[in-house]
Write a protein that binds this ligand. Structure first.
Ligand code: ADP
Ligand code: ASP
Ligand code: MG
Length: 407
């Protein structure tokens, strides 16, 4: 019997009516003769609400307790989904991450999956049951509940598809698939029929939250082909898979915007070997994720270093850098949070020139200033003013004629 893993995101299971609709879709797939594992997220908004409650009782909640709390969201939806399935005559059983055998490392709030013991699920599937698994959570070797980072239900689904050697993995969400830009911001965005793992990974890690970036990394590593599609209609979605030669014909496949970044400027740092190393060692030791890094040409024996970090890390960055700068012999740290990162992504950039020129011209034409620039083989990222981020996404989308993209 073909085996399918389906994942339904927060909006798809947003209230009891929607959970009943999801149960009908699950029943239809089961009735077609498939073995079925279903991963569900918490109802949309629930995880954020739980985080707000944690912050209301404690300014810096312990990460272990945070995981204990956040795991509740998904636990509600697995039980309700199983009950809704019982209501339509489908034999279903719900499992928490731990019960589903999802073992992780010990890093609370962003744990990595180490192994999955697929035996219990396998047994249920063979007995004809539909298995409902809580996304976003696992258990570590000490028996503590862990979570897999925001959007982590995507990772649960992909990892289960790999472990259970599923024939198909479907990620159901509130849009028809992966678009050339966020369709809520760029109205002319087009749905892509397919996209390579590398492009999806760059888009996801640049702010396109349609897929969690770690889940795409995992899919690439284990060769899990998956489809992103809507839970509200039956339109075909977007297939995410290994790059094939014809994909390079398209230079830019998508535009992403990340509004959750902050710019850190370290000014007047002594220009001597080891200064940058000390700065970035201190940041790494404090688990600060550094992205774009630019250093200006040193003058009068001092230099400026500018880089971006997730907003949630910016104050920690400032705190750990101040003593380091004092030790090195001077320098100041300033944080700018009113920024956004815009990225254009496409495997075709490897073989085509002129992408940077087109991007910079499009922004210059509407008077948007570029503050930082970095490039990789298949991506160009820039930092701009937050207030103009959506407009920048639209003019960039237009400049690369992405609304005419037919693939
Ligand atoms: P789920 O709760 O199903 O996991 P998410 O809210 O995490 O859904 O992701 C879906 C959202 O991602 C869409 O509603 C859309 O606004 C946003 N999004 C951002 N960039 C893109 C893109 N390039 N293509 C499709 N959706 C995107
Ligand atoms: N509920 C979690 C979150 O909101 C995980 C997920 O939805 O994928 O991040
Ligand atoms: Mg999501």
């Amino acid at each position: 019997m073909p085996r399918i893993v389906q994942k339904y995101g927060g909006t798809s299971v947003g209230d009891v009516e929607r959970i009943k609709k999801v149960a009908e879709r699950i029943k239809a797939t089961r009735d077609e003769g498939h073995e079925l594992v279903v991963v569900v997220s918490a109802r949309s908004g629930v995880t954020n609400e739980l985080i707000a409650r944690a912050k209301a009782v404690c300014e810096h909640p312990s990460e272990r307790e945070m995981d204990m709390l956040l795991a509740i969201g998904e636990q509600e939806t697995i039980a309700l989904t199983a009950m809704a399935l019982h209501g339509v005559g489908v034999d279903a059983v719900s499992y928490t991450g731990a019960q589903a055998g999802i073992f992780t490392d010990k890093v609370h709030t962003k744990a990595k999956i180490k192994t999955i013991n697929a035996q219990p699920i396998d047994k249920d599937l063979k007995q004809g049951k539909v298995v409902i698994v809580a996304g976003f959570q696992g258990i570590n070797e000490d028996g503590h509940v862990t979570t897999l980072g925001r959007g982590g239900s995507d990772l649960t689904a992909i990892a289960l598809a790999a472990a259970l050697q599923a024939d198909k993995c479907e990620i159901y969400t509130d849009v028809d698939g992966v678009y050339t830009a966020d369709p809520r911001v760029v109205k002319t965005a087009r749905k892509l029929n397919e996209i390579s793992y590398d492009e999806m990974l760059e888009l996801a890690s640049s702010g396109s939250k349609v897929m969690q970036s770690r889940s795409v990394e995992f899919a690439k590593k284990y060769g899990v082909v998956f489809e992103v599609r809507s839970s509200f209609n039956h339109n075909p979605g977007t297939i995410v898979k290994e790059e094939v030669a014809y994909m390079e014909k398209v230079v830019v496949r998508g535009v992403a915007v990340d509004k959750d970044q902050a710019k850190v400027i370290v000014s007047n740092i002594v220009d001597k070997p080891g200064s940058a190393a000390r700065v970035f060692r201190a940041l790494a030791d404090a688990n600060v994720l550094v992205d774009m890094i630019v250093q200006n040409v040193p003058r009068h024996g001092v230099a400026n270093l500018t880089f971006t970090v997730p907003q949630g890390d910016s104050h920690r960055a400032q705190k750990v850098l101040e003593p380091v700068l004092a030790e090195i012999g001077g320098g100041a740290v300033a944080i700018h949070e009113h920024i956004a990162k815009l990225s254009v992504v496409g495997v075709g950039m490897k073989t085509h020139s002129g992408v940077a020129a087109t991007l910079f011209q499009a922004l210059a034409d509407v008077g948007i200033n570029i503050e930082l620039i970095t490039t990789s083989e298949i991506k160009i990222s820039i930092v701009i003013d937050l207030d103009r981020a959506d407009e920048a996404a639209r003019v960039t989308h237009e400049a690369f004629q992405l609304s005419q993209l037919g693939v």
